[in-house]
Design a protein around this ligand. Structure first.
Ligand SMILES: Nc1ncnc2c1ncn2[C@@H]1O[C@H](COP(=O)(O)OP(=O)(O)OP(=O)(O)O)[C@@H](O)[C@H]1O
Length: 232
């Protein structure tokens, strides 16, 4: 299940990233030189107060937004010099996203949802189905592959979303409150499944959470202070 990142290299590197909103008197400096290195297989919690810039950072790391200055490297490749088409391609192949709400496609089964990113990448159906089955079995959803999202519990839906996010063996998994919508027991279960899959797949995970219990179980905890990343 290992990904194709180069040996020993960083999965994600942010170098002195700055992001400002607005101009003149109303200018807001949200990121003022944020630097971060994530290694393959590492699970890192990003814990910071509301408005500190967590989503801004995640959007930049996920190539959904561009920094005003600084660099973003995904699997060793600098993203700033890429064309829009290349950025989209890099996002599709090398970055997985998990949100608080699963965003699964309601008319497709769990298996088809996990196959989807692989089919978009051009993999044939048989290969995509085999990998999707393997991932869902890993998430202990082997008995649920033919269920549609509405036929799954909240925790099961989130586990499908996690399997889908790593289906293309990305370098980086970015998760924004992935268990924020679940009860504490289910949260822990989903988080443990996520962590096991991320480690087995050699993906680097950056997880925004307000849940200190889960944050304490991750490899590292970081926060944003004055627009910079600080280890907690
Ligand atoms: N497009 C934008 N234009 C102007 N200001 C913005 C924009 N996006 C975010 N901001 C501001 O930047 C700050 C950081 O926002 P961001 O969403 O990154 O914070 P956050 O840490 O994710 O917060 P939360 O935990 O509440 O989601 C906030 O004050 C927000 O109002």
């Amino acid at each position: 299940m290992a990904n194709k990142g180069e040996a020993g290299g960083a999965a994600l590197r942010l170098e002195k990233v700055e992001r400002h909103y607005g101009d003149g008197e109303s200018r807001l400096s949200i990121l003022t030189g944020a630097s971060l290195v994530l290694s393959p297989g590492e699970v890192v919690a990003l814990v910071a107060p509301s408005g500190a810039g967590k989503s801004t950072l995640l959007h930049i790391a996920g190539l959904l937004d561009k920094p005003d200055s600084g660099e973003v490297y995904i699997g060793g490749r600098e993203a700033g010099s890429l064309t829009d088409a290349e950025r989209t391609e890099m996002r599709r192949l090398h970055i997985g996203f998990v949100y608080q709400f699963h965003h699964l496609l309601p008319e497709f089964t769990a298996l088809e949802n996990v196959m989807m990113p692989q089919l978009i990448r051009g993999l044939d159906r048989k290969e995509a189905a085999a990998r999707a089955e393997q991932l869902l079995a890993y998430m202990r959803l082997g008995e649920r592959v033919k269920h549609r999202p509405s036929e799954l519990s909240g925790g099961e839906q989130q586990r499908v979303a996690i399997a889908r996010a790593v289906a293309n063996a990305p370098h980086v998994l970015l998760a924004d409150e992935p268990t924020g919508n679940l009860d504490p027991k289910t949260s822990r279960y989903v988080f443990e499944a996520l962590t096991a899959l991320v480690r087995a797949s050699d993906v680097a995970a950056l997880i925004v959470t307000h849940n200190m219990d889960l944050a304490s179980k991750m490899d590292r905890r970081i926060t944003l202070s004055g627009g910079k990343i600080v280890e907690v």
